[in-house]
Design a protein around this ligand. Structure first.
Ligand code: HEM
Length: 444
């Protein structure tokens, strides 16, 4: 038994070493300041700790200060030599140079879990996939097909899951509802048992995203990969049954989590800021009163929710659900006076950019008025990324969040049962207890 365990341990260490051994040192001598950290591990552990606790902001800010280098520093993460580009200048540079100097890149765990899809594609293939997906998630689909369905499904959800209850845990309630909605919109699936089974597979898949790519039984990655295969099998079966042409269903369904997180964080902020809640309620009641009794929300109504959208933007500024993304250098290039060698990976961070006093005076204050007029300076607000790889589901997410917000604030106010509930990234920003609240229905 002891020998087996020892052999297993040895294999594990060997595998780990091979998977995350940093690449050979580069010959370029004008690299950005920074440290590659420990052999093999680099600075991954410090990064993972900080990522969970506030979206890696501490990790990035700490190094900017240590090396007195506000634009870029080097590190080694997930077995890769990496440059971290900081702030609006870095975001602008990366978004403007996609397919020229840099190209989209994701860590191995994400690449193997996602398999071949838009997120993991590059260059011409990515452009082509975006074109195929757009009819399912773009403004045409939203204004002509999804708006009324979304409102009707949301009303039924609130009737079944919120009305008559005094306490609700927001994330746990909103997440299955958005998954059901995505199943209905993208694969016309409305059988509750089937939806629940697929939803549970997606949850297992998501827990694998932030893990190390160690494919042995017992790891989050192993179960994540098994779940991915099962999901893809089921989706192919469903798509064949319905003879649908939706090539993007995997990403469309996956995306429900970022919207669920955003709604949860929005409800948290409204619970913390009664004055903002009051202004949102006023705007939403104005829209409700302009409609016939029972008439569904449509695309035009969504466009009127300007204050409410500013509130959502401020929520996504303070806690961007996705902390940022990665690129790979296609050639050696210069940035901020330093050489970034070909093959190096580059990280940009929404979490860091959004928390800079230079970009947002009084940075920790919740202030939706930052988004009035022309809003923040260009490339200082990037919860959806930017450039040719900007989030394809931004408009869909906007509609999901605003339709839910309309239906919930016109029926309830609420108190947070855990004041200052901590937010952790795993992999998306979520209150640790799922945001339990006490509901107060409006008196009619
Ligand atoms: C509030 C909710 C959401 C946030 C904060 C968000 C954020 C992001 C971010 C940061 C990226 C990476 C951009 C980059 O690499 O530069 C991304 C990519 C993407 N998102 Fe979203 N997203 C959200 C909702 C959605 C929804 C609802 C969909 C539904 C289809 C979606 C589909 C995608 C796709 C397909 C990509 C890959 C685009 C590409 O690589 O070309 N997202 N998203």
């Amino acid at each position: 038994m002891a020998t087996t365990l020892l052999a297993f341990f040895f294999l594990f260490i060997l595998y780990f070493f091979i998977q995350i051994q940093p690449k050979k040192p580069t010959t370029a001598n004008n690299l950005p300041p920074g440290s590659f950290g420990w052999p093999v591990l680099g600075e991954t552990l410090d990064f993972q700790r900080s990522r969970k606790d506030g979206g890696a902001n501490k990790f990035i800010r700490g190094r900017i200060d240590r090396y007195d280098s506000p634009l870029v520093f080097k590190t080694s993460l997930l077995g890769e030599r990496m440059a971290v580009f900081c702030g609006p200048e870095g975001n602008k540079f990366l978004f403007a140079n996609e397919n020229k100097l840099v190209v989209s890149w994701w860590p191995k765990a994400i690449r193997s879990l996602f398999g071949k899809c838009l997120n993991t594609s590059r260059g011409y293939e990515a452009k082509w996939l975006r074109k195929i997906m757009l009819p399912y998630v773009g403004p045409d689909a939203l204004s002509n097909r999804y708006d009324i369905v979304m409102d009707v499904v949301t009303r039924v959800h609130i009737q079944n899951q919120w009305e008559g209850r005094s306490e609700v845990t927001v994330f746990d309630t909103v997440k299955p509802y958005l998954f059901e909605l995505a199943c209905l919109l993208f694969i016309s699936l409305d059988d509750p048992t089937h939806v629940a089974k697929l939803g549970s597979l997606f949850n297992t898949f998501l827990t694998g995203i932030g893990s190390l790519p160690i494919d042995i039984p017992g790891t989050r990655f192993y179960y994540g990969k098994k779940a991915t295969n099962a999901i893809k099998k089921q989706l192919i079966m469903l798509i064949n049954q319905r003879k649908q042409q939706n090539a993007s269903s995997f990403e469309d369904l996956l995306s429900h989590d970022t919207s669920a997180v955003s709604i949860t964080l929005l409800m948290k902020s409204l619970g913390e800021h009664p004055d903002v809640y009051k202004n949102v309620l006023k705007e939403q009641m104005g829209i409700l009163e302009g409609k016939a009794p029972g008439e569904a929300l449509n695309w035009e109504d969504i466009q009127k929710m300007r204050y409410s959208w500013n509130v959502v933007c401020e929520v996504l500024r303070l806690n961007p659900p996705v902390i940022g993304a990665f690129r790979e250098a296609l050639v050696d290039f210069e940035y901020a006076g330093y050489t970034i060698p070909k093959g190096w990976k580059i990280m940009w961070s929404a979490a860091m950019t959004h928390k800079e006093e230079d970009n947002y005076p009084n940075v920790t204050k919740f202030d939706p008025s930052r988004f009035e007029g022309t809003g923040p300076t260009p490339f200082a607000y990037v919860p959806f990324g930017g450039g040719p790889r900007m989030c394809l589901g931004k408009e869909l997410a906007r509609m999901q969040i605003l339709v839910f917000l309309h239906n919930i604030v016109t029926k309830f106010s609420w108190d947070l049962l855990i004041p200052d509930e901590k937010i952790e990234y795993d992999p998306f920003a979520t209150p640790v207890k799922g945001l339990p609240i006490r509901l107060h229905p409006h008196k009619v």
